[in-house]
Design a protein around this ligand. Structure first.
Ligand SMILES: [Fe+2]
Ligand SMILES: [Fe+2]
Length: 177
């Protein structure tokens, strides 16, 4: 039920077409390197706005902790969904992909991503974590960001990322609200 509410909220947020404010864009550039910025900037407007919201929330949560001055965690927040570039699914397709993933299980994503057309795009969307990690590594980006991108929808793998637990909790909490 919580996931359904979350999906609904993301759906309506995604309908607002605007690009991030110039000041937000400049803020992003202070955390990502030029190659990472290039892939970040290719995301859809709503995905960029989402990533900024997640990063700002993580910054607030980590302020005053031992992790506050470690910009790599904001870098991870900003880049966690760059794998969505591969599916090129619109908003309605994403809702369908998410529902299909719930119904059939994410194990089907590998099979679907080997197909063609919309089936392939749904499969790619469901695999956006690992695809994002590949993109980040390909441009020589942050290894922490790549690990979080790969793991962010796979709680079973979080302990193997090497990312401190309080940081994972902050990243996850920010992504889910
Ligand atoms: Fe994601
Ligand atoms: Fe996300």
């Amino acid at each position: 039920m919580k996931r359904a509410r979350h999906l609904t909220r993301r759906f309506f947020a995604a309908l607002w077409p605007g690009r991030p404010a110039a000041s937000d864009d400049a803020w992003v550039r202070t955390f990502v390197n030029p190659a990472e910025y290039e892939i970040w900037a290719r995301m859809a407007n709503h995905d960029r706005r989402h990533s900024i919201g997640v990063a700002r929330s993580v910054q607030v949560t980590l302020s005053g902790t031992a992790y506050a001055d470690q910009p790599e965690w904001l870098e991870a927040a900003l880049l966690h969904d760059v794998g969505k570039l591969d599916s090129r699914l619109g908003i309605f397709g994403r809702v369908g992909a998410t529902l299909a993933g719930w119904a059939a299980g994410h194990d089907m994503a590998d099979v679907w991503s080997g197909k063609r057309g919309i089936t392939r795009r749904v499969g790619l969307y469901l695999r956006h974590g690992e695809l994002g990690a590949t993109r980040i590594r390909f441009v020589g980006g942050s290894e922490s960001a790549a690990r979080w991108a790969a793991a962010h929808h796979e709680p079973d793998t979080w302990s193997a990322t090497g990312i401190p637990t309080p940081v994972i909790e902050a990243l996850h909490a920010a992504d889910d609200d």
